[in-house]
Design a protein around this ligand. Sequence first.
Ligand SMILES: [Zn+2]
Ligand SMILES: [Zn+2]
Ligand SMILES: [Zn+2]
Length: 345
Amino acid sequence: MNSLRCPNCSSPVFLETLDCPTCTASIGFHAPTRGFFLVGAEGSEIEIDGSVWVACSNRFWKCNWLADTSQPSGACRACRLTRRQPSNDDTLALERLADTAVDKRRLLVQLNDLGLPVVPFYEREGGLAFDLVSSRSGEPVTIGHANGVITIDLAESLDDYRETLRVKLGEVYRTVLGHFRHEVGHYFQNILVDTDERWAECRRLFGDERTSYSDAIARHYRYGAPATWRESFISDYATMHPWEDFAETFAHYLHITGTVATAAGSGLILHADRVGFTGVGDIVARFSYADRTIEELLADWHWLSLMFNRVNRSMGLGDFYPFDLTEPVITKLSFVHALVTDARG
Ligand SMILES: [Zn+2]
Ligand SMILES: [Zn+2]
Ligand SMILES: [Zn+2]
């Protein structure tokens, strides 16, 4: 998979780039081909593969996707997945929405890269929708998933608010993208675990999801996670209930595959002879591990994440990936890998 490049000057750009930092050209992301196209004056049309596209009507709010003109709203597919958002006069919340939607679009690109099916809420009851609302706008907001609808508190895009919560909850990692990846795990569990055999395997690995959720919450916030949680869970929160264990595991599958794909798009190779690894060859990040085993993915991830941890430390930051993958966690990730690769097939 090629990396993301400016269509005008071929310089590397980020997934969220609106104007090329090198040549200043305005560019728009065309999700079906995973490529960038030049965006002209407002309303100019771009013909791609026989259909006509325009810049998304939310471009002012940082959306860099192109919108298919055969759709009525003028908004791109990512924006149309948002079911609820702040009112038009709530400028502060709309600014938070603009930042939060960057992560939503990154999530959607990754789901597409992995070949995971996304059916919008307006096409099917229970399809994917996002309620992106702020707890600072006068109503309480609980981050979560219910019947295809993912709710995110826009206040989480405020660094001071999110960091305060992270420290209070004793978490080593808390990001808006992480919330999206966790909540979409709940969405996909119901879609991908679709046979009695798969449910049996899922319950064997994660526990029986039919146990009371409200009892689980009460127990978790009263007593916390068991002292030995690190032996078999990816996070403290995963111990709360089997639904949460699956969602946390799914989120980590997305963290790992997303980061490795970025490394692959950047042409990253760790040369064994230059760094003195023993017993391993060069580590060549792959864009896709759909036809690879979980062991191959995690072997590459082991060395890449160690390297990224060192990079972070060299800037005085905490570890890039502050988690341990134990054997029970790897078995759960293996289950998710099988679900995702089967969905692609
Ligand atoms: Zn450029
Ligand atoms: Zn848009
Ligand atoms: Zn959850």
